[in-house]
Design a protein around this ligand. Structure first.
Ligand code: CA
Length: 228
């Protein structure tokens, strides 16, 4: 079940889409104008926005731009509903950060399928914070692609270095003991000592220069990723 904001000014479509969404167990609010939509989004939180682009008061693209520019709303998925033959709206909308679109007239079944996919994807990210990209200054850690870049250039980390960096960066400010970190790198079979970690950290720091200071030494404990 999800909370969905349906932004649509045509009463027939409001009714039809709302009926189908509620039948799937979702909670639906309807906003008939862009202004109502923005007011509603600031009043309550939603899991998904279904956004008609042709609204009486303002362009749906404008609503999309405002939502994406608001840090509190920026991550809420948006599916645009566009008029047939308005490909330029689709291009603009996706460029503004909308996640997907359907073209009117759409089949209800297709719309429901798109919504389902989008909600499932959002949940997957929410329940797997391990898969979220971490970006600090010029350092980007992408666990999905298993890639670290330093000022845009790929850093050649070993698997162990990657795991160390990711484990710490995912919990900035938290001090990890050397044995904690050994667990994290899952090197159970290898004969390692806690000093092995120091060597890995030294190599890791060298590879992420000039951001090496983000990996801080916590005296008597181990290491942590700088917080803020
Ligand atoms: Ca409309």
């Amino acid at each position: 079940m999800a909370r969905i904001l349906l932004v649509e000014d045509e009463p027939d479509l409001q009714q039809l889409v709302r009926y189908n969404l509620e039948r799937e167990g979702h909670q639906v609010r309807v906003a008939g104008t862009g202004g109502d939509a923005l007011a509603e989004l600031r009043r309550a939180s939603y899991d998904l926005i279904l956004l008609d682009l042709m609204l009486p008061d303002r362009d749906g693209l404008e609503v999309c731009r405002i939502v994406r520019g608001d840090p509190a709303l920026a991550r809420t998925p948006i599916i645009m509903v566009t008029a047939k033959g308005e490909e330029s709206d689709v291009v603009l909308g996706l460029g503004l950060g909308a996640d997907d679109y359907v073209t009117k007239p759409f089949r209800t079944r297709e719309l429901m399928a798109r919504i389902k996919v989008r909600l499932a994807r959002t949940r997957a990210v929410a329940t797997e914070p391990d898969k979220a990209r971490i970006e600090v200054k010029g350092l980007v850690i992408d666990p999905v692609r298993h890639l670290v870049t330093v000022d845009g250039a790929a850093a050649t980390l070993t698997l162990t270095e990657f795991r160390l960096l990711h484990a710490m960066a995912a919990s900035p400010g938290v001090a990890f003991g050397r044995y904690d970190l050994l667990d994290r790198i899952g090197d159970g079979d290898a004969v390692v000592t806690d000093r092995t970690i120091d060597v890995h950290i030294r190599n890791l720091r060298r590879k992420i220069e000039p951001y090496d200071a983000l990996v801080e030494t916590v005296r008597g404990v181990g290491y942590r990723f700088a917080d803020g």
